[in-house]
Ligand binder design. Structure first.
Ligand code: NAD
Length: 497
């Protein structure tokens, strides 16, 4: 769970302020309180955003409810047109948006921030082209009866997103909700709201007032108030499993549908025939090392066949050592900073825990330097532990940092058993040239997404989501939008009457 710095008092700091979007207007919070936004690479204040309270949440939800009455009658074709214009406008602003995202998240511009903004434009364009697919079906009941279904929007959607890829995760919820004819109140993460605020401003130039409302605020205040608001008809949450449970409780109170995209501790299984540099590169990509491991799909548990264990680990550490860590806005940087002090301390806590485990071997990285340029920000080096038991905290809990464990296996059934021995089930990676083995392993793994011989990010069209405590519902795909953001109505007509 994220807790940002406590807000400063009213109007106390001379930094740029971004405003929230409610009912088509850029506004402060009603009581003019702010949240400080820090650059994690320098630990300096870069901006302030409004600290939304219950009253602001109420204003945003009411605006969305009012806008829905008109928006639900806008034709799918017109909704699609607006989304396509927004996609073009976001794409045209790729560079400034990428710089903002790098500044607020600490994610390197070349490896993370710029590709994230490009993906955001892609996802808006994808859903903009799909609005006409919100169609129904007819049921064959004979000549004298016409029975058909309509897909109708749900109403006001409440979206809540985290900071690790704030623009794409927020944009995804905007695109799916609006394409399906809903209105949306989206709460940005308190640590990284600036890129998403700019996206909301762009959307506002193309959408009627109230269709999209963007709030900035703390989870326990604005997020909780949004989740329990009586006019909200759907909750769509991306974040930690602990907060996901609270969101599900809030949904249960009012019986509203809920989609949850939660945490992970994903396995990468490497077979003996894959002891190659390209597998090493793929495992590093799948671990999202260049996002400092701050990804729900990070393949942080690396299960290596014993026959290649030493050779693979030495290739892995040699490759990780070559990554350039530092200023996220520098094009040469591969890997930036951890988002905030709390996460930094948390990641360091796991590294300390691993170092204290009897028998564990730290083969790369460790605690961050206390002096030198990297000590100016929340930088953590790639860290690899071997001789780890699959029962230890570093092998079981989501660290959300660049910390990997490598565990050997002899029998592939053991590899699959260890991979599945987790309450999470979001992503997984299988590395082998043997396609039969690859597919049977993929089918045996309890995860919503298995990649074979690649470690890439999500793409539009994919049914993305988790098994077990990694979530429920699917996003990114057409079916994800239809299942999660529309409801079906049956209409049955007696033609003989
Ligand atoms: P978090 O759960 O602490 O916060 C996520 C969002 O929820 C933030 O906007 C926060 O303000 C809000 N929130 C916090 N407490 C709340 C409450 N009581 N009521 C309502 N809202 C509340 O997560 P985080 O630290 O921001 O992000 C990291 C987590 O997100 C990791 O567990 C990661 O795996 C997960 N994640 C999942 C996916 C996915 O697609 N499955 C994608 C990205 C991140």
């Amino acid at each position: 769970m994220t807790t940002a710095t406590q807000p400063t008092s009213k109007n106390s700091v001379d930094v740029s302020r971004s405003l929230m979007l409610i009912d088509g207007k850029l506004v402060e919070s009603a009581d003019r309180q702010y949240i400080d936004i820090e650059n994690p690479a320098t630990r300096t204040l870069i901006a302030q955003v409004p600290r939304a309270a219950e009253v602001d949440v109420d204003a945003a939800v009411r605006a969305a409810a009012t806008a829905f009455e008109t928006w639900k009658r806008v034709t799918p074709k017109d909704r699609g047109r607006m989304l396509l214009r927004i996609a073009d406008a976001v794409e045209a602003e790729t560079e400034p948006l990428a710089r903002t995202v790098a500044l607020e998240t600490g994610n390197a511009i070349r490896t993370q921030a710029r590709p994230e903004v490009k993906s955001a434009a892609d996802v808006i364009r994808y859903y903009g082209g799909l609005t006409g697919e919100t169609k129904g079906e007819t049921v064959p009941l004979g000549e004298h009866v016409l029975s058909y279904t309509r897909r109708e929007p749900l109403g006001v959607v409440a979206g809540i997103v985290p900071w690790n890829a704030p623009v794409i995760l927020g944009t995804l919820k905007i695109a799916m909700s609006i394409a399906a004819g809903n209105t949306l109140v989206l709460k940005a993460a308190e640590d990284a709201p600036l890129g998403l605020l700019r996206i909301a401003e762009i959307c506002n130039e193309h959408l009627p007032p109230g269709v999209l409302n963007l709030l900035t605020g703390y989870g326990e205040e604005a997020g909780a108030a949004l989740a329990r608001h009586p006019l909200v008809r759907k909750l769509s949450f991306t974040g930690s499993t602990d907060v996901g449970k609270l969101i599900m409780h809030a949904a249960a109170e009012r019986i509203v549908p809920v989609s949850l995209e939660l945490g992970g501790k994903s396995p990468a299984i490497v077979f003996p025939d894959a002891d190659e540099q390209r597998t090493v590169d793929g495992v590093i990509t799948g671990m999202r090392v260049t996002r400092q491991g701050q990804s729900c799909t990070a393949g942080s548990r690396i299960f290596l066949h014993r026959s290649i264990f030493d050779s693979f680990v030495s290739k892995l550490t040699a490759t990780l050592q070559k990554l350039k860590i530092g200023d996220p806005s520098d094009e040469a940087t591969d890997m930036g900073a951890i988002i905030n002090r709390k996460q930094f301390d948390r990641v360091c806590g796991y590294i300390t825990d691993g170092m204290q485990q009897k028998g564990a071997r730290l083969v790369l990285g460790g605690l961050p330097p206390k002096e030198g340029p990297l000590a100016k920000g929340y930088f953590v080096q790639p860290t690899v532990f071997t001789d780890v038991s699959n029962d230890w905290r570093i092998a079981r809990e989501e660290i959300f940092g660049p910390v990997m464990v490598a565990i050997p296996w002899d029998d592939e059934r053991d590899a699959i058993r260890m991979a599945n021995d987790s309450h999470y089930g979001l992503a997984a990676y299988v590395w082998t040239r043997d396609i039969t083995r690859a597919i049977t392993t993929a089918h045996a793994i309890e995860s919503g997404w298995v990649q074979i011989n690649q470690g890439l990010g999500q793409f539009p069209g994919q049914a993305y989501g988790g098994y077990k405590q990694s979530g429920m519902g699917r996003e990114y795909s057409l079916e994800g939008m239809l299942d999660s953001y529309t409801q079906r109505k049956s209409v049955t007509i007696n033609l003989q009457w």
